[in-house]
Design a protein around this ligand. Structure first.
Ligand SMILES: Nc1ncnc2c1ncn2[C@@H]1O[C@H](COP(=O)(O)OP(=O)(O)OP(=O)(O)O)[C@@H](O)[C@H]1O
Ligand code: SF4
Ligand SMILES: [Mg+2]
Length: 323
C-alpha cells in the first residue's frame, strides 16, 4: 500500500469550557484518540451528530488550534512537530471550504481580489490570467463575475468563488466542512458535480464533512462515523451504508428513512435523547447509555477499532453481523 496522503494518529483535542447558566464547565473531550488514513485521490466522508467533533477534527488537522496530542502526517510530514512558520507549505497544500459561503468572503472585495488573495500571499506571478483560469474551472464566466462583489452573487456562486480560492494554489487535499449544507438541493447537486469534476481534473482528495448522510454517501469512497469525539466505524461507503456494523451507525442511518439503512431484519435502533456531554463522557463505550445492545462490559471497557471486514473497522464489543 502507498503512503497515505493524510495519516491521523491517536489525535486528542480538548477545550476548557466555563460553566454558565446552569451548564457545567470543565474539560471538553472534543476528540479522543482519533486515527485514520486518507489516500491520494480519495474522498473520505465524515458523519456524526452535532457536537460529535467533525469540525474540531478538520481544524485539528489544519493545526488551528494544534491538537493536545497525537500525530498528523500530511505528505509524509508530521505537522504536529513543525513550528508554525514551517507550516506554510503544508497550508498551501491543505485548503478548507466552509459552510457559509457568504460569510467566508470579504464583502468589500471583488471576486477577482478574493480569488487572487492566496496567490498574492504566496507571491504567485501572472495572477490575472490565473484568476480567469480558476473562475473558468469553477464554472463562472470571468468577464461577468470577476468584478462582482459577494452581495451580487447567489449562494451557489459564492461557494464557487470560495472553491476557486481554495484550489488557487493547487492543493492536494481540500477539507469541506458542511460545504454544501446551506445551499438548496438543486444548487447542492451542481456544487457536488463541481467537486467531482475538480477531483478528476486536478487529482484532488477531499475530507468531506457533513451531518447529511445521504450527501456523504453520494460523494465518498469511504466513510468515517464519529460519536462523541471518537471514530466508531470506518469503511467503504457502499458496504458501510448497506450493512452498518456499529449500533450507532445503524441508528443514524435508520433516522433517514429514504436511505434504507440495510438494517432490515435487524432489531431497529433508535437514537433517543441528546448525546451525553463531552465534558463527562460515559465510561467504557461512550454510546452505552443509548445503545439497545449494551451489556455490562460496555460500561467498563472502551471498545477499540477492529477490522472486521476488508477495510471496514468497528469499535464495538458486540457489533452487528455486517454482510
Ligand atoms: N473552542 C471551543 N471551546 C470549547 N468547546 C468547543 C470548542 N470548539 C468545539 N467545542 C466543543 O467540542 C465539541 C465538538 O464540536 P464540533 O464543532 O467539532 O462538532 P461538530 O461535529 O462539527 O458539530 P456540528 O455538526 O454542529 O457542526 C462540542 O461539544 C463543542 O461544543
Ligand atoms: S460496545 Fe456495547 S454499548 Fe457500545 S455500541 Fe457496542 S454493544 Fe453498544
Ligand atoms: Mg461542525
Amino acid at each position: 500500500m502507498t503512503t497515505p496522503l493524510l495519516s491521523v494518529r491517536n489525535v486528542v483535542q480538548e477545550f476548557t469550557a466555563r460553566g454558565r447558566g446552569g451548564v457545567k464547565g470543565g474539560v471538553v473531550h472534543a476528540l479522543s484518540d482519533v486515527s485514520f488514513d486518507l489516500q491520494a485521490g480519495e474522498t473520505l466522508g465524515i458523519v456524526g451528530e452535532t457536537g460529535s467533533g467533525k469540525s474540531t477534527l478538520a481544524r485539528s488537522i489544519l493545526q488551528a488550534p494544534r491538537p493536545k496530542s497525537g500525530e498528523v502526517y500530511f505528505q509524509g510530514q508530521d505537522l504536529m512537530r513543525r513550528r508554525s512558520r514551517d507550516l506554510t507549505e503544508a497550508r498551501r497544500q491543505l485548503q478548507m471550504v466552509f459552510q457559509d459561503p457568504f460569510a467566508s468572503l470579504n464583502p468589500r472585495w471583488r471576486v477577482s481580489e478574493i480569488v487572487a488573495e492566496p496567490l498574492v500571499g504566496y507571491r504567485v506571478g501572472n495572477r490575472d490570467a490565473r484568476v480567469r483560469e480558476l473562475l473558468d474551472l469553477v464554472g463562472l464566466n470571468p468577464d461577468t463575475f470577476a468584478s462582482r462583489r459577494p452581495h451580487e452573487l447567489s449562494g451557489g456562486q459564492c461557494q464557487r468563488v470560495a472553491i476557486a480560492r481554495a484550489i488557487a494554489l493547487d492543493p492536494a487535499l481540500v477539507v469541506c466542512d458542511e460545504a454544501v449544507s446551506s445551499l438548496d438541493v438543486l444548487i447542492q447537486a451542481q456544487v457536488l458535480n463541481l467537486f467531482e469534476q475538480l477531483r478528476r481534473e486536478l487529482g484532488l482528495s477531499y475530507l468531506f464533512i457533513s451531518h447529511d448522510l445521504a450527501l456523504v454517501k453520494q460523494v465518498s469512497d469511504r466513510v468515517a462515523v464519529m460519536h462523541l469525539g471518537q471514530l466508531c466505524e470506518i469503511g467503504p461507503a457502499e458496504g458501510l451504508y448497506r450493512a452498518p456494523m456499529h449500533p450507532y451507525t445503524v441508528a443514524l442511518l435508520a433516522s433517514i428513512p429514504k436511505l434504507d439503512p440495510g438494517a432490515r431484519g435487524k432489531k431497529p435502533v433508535t437514537l433517543e435523547g441528546e448525546p451525553p456531554s463531552p465534558i463527562s463522557p460515559p465510561s467504557g463505550c461512550r454510546f452505552h447509555t443509548r445503545c439497545p445492545f449494551a451489556q455490562d462490559r460496555c460500561a467498563t471497557e472502551a471498545p477499540v477499532l477492529r477490522e472486521l471486514a476488508p477495510g471496514h473497522s468497528v469499535a464495538c464489543h458486540f457489533p452487528m453481523p455486517g454482510e
